[in-house]
Design a protein around this ligand. Sequence first.
Ligand code: HEC
Length: 246
Amino acid sequence: MKFNSLKLLLAAAFFSVAVAPVAYSASSGVPNLDADVDLSDKVSLARGAKYYANFCMGCHSLEFSRYNRVAADLGMEEGDIKPLIFTRDDDDNIHKPGALMVNALREKDAIRWFGIAPPDLTVIARARGGGDWLYSYLKGFYQDDSRPFGVNNLYFSNVGMPHVLQELQGLQALDKDTNTLTLVKPGKMSAGEYDQVAKDLTNFLVYVGEPAQLHRTFYGILTLLFLLVLLVLAYLLKKEFWKDIH
Ligand code: HEC
C-alpha cells in the first residue's frame, strides 16, 4: 500500500509538470469554465472541506493530507471532516493524532461496483492543471441512459463516477450540436447555489493539492521585511566602515 501511494504521488507529480496541461485541456474540445479560485476565502474552503467529507470522502481518499493539518489550516474541528464510522482493517489508526485522510473503500470492491477504483484526489487539481477543469467537471454531468449510472460528463467522456451531487444540482441534458448543458430536472438547489458548492469543492481541492499556498504570502512578506531591515543595517555598516576614508 505504502509503495503504491509513493508510485501514485510520483506519477501525479510527473503528470502535473509534464503531461497534464497539454493532454487534458484539449481532451473534450469544450473549453473549461473559469473556477475563479480564491484561497483567501477561508469560509469557502471550510464549506468545501465539509462537502468533501459528506459527498466524496467515501470513495476518494486524500491520503497525502492529514486531518489535523487541514482542520487547523481551515479553522475547523477534526470531527467536522472525519468519518464517524471507520472500518478499514489496515487503517485502525484513524483516530490517532496526525492520521492521514484515508477512507474505508476497498479497491477490489470499488472495481466490482464502478469498474474502476476512484482515484485519490490529493493532487487532482495540480494533475488537471488547476481548478478550472475540476469546477467544469463538477458542473459537467448530464443524462445519458446508455451509461451504467445514467449519466455522462461533458469534461470526462464515459466517466465511471455516478453524479453524486445530482440531488443538489438536478439533472442536465446535453445539446450535442452546440455542446451546451441545460437543466431538465431541478434539484434541491438553485443554479447559483450549486455553482457555489462546485466552487467551494474546487477551492478546497486546490488548497489540498498544495496546503502551503495559504501561508506563502505571509512568508513572502516576512522575507521582504527581513531584507528591508538587513538593507538598513548594511547601509549603516557601510557608512561606519567608510566614515574615515575620503
Ligand atoms: C460512489 C463513489 C464516488 C463518489 C461518492 C465520488 N466519486 Fe469521484 N469518481 C468515482 C469513480 C469510480 C471515478 C473514476 C471514474 C473514471 O475514471 O471513469 C471518479 C472520478 C473522479 C474524478 C476524476 C479523476 C481523474 O481521473 O481525473 C474527480 C475529479 C472526482 N471523481 C471528484 C469527485 C468529487 C469532488 C466528489 C464529491 C463531490 C466525488 N468525486 C464523489 C467515484 C466516486
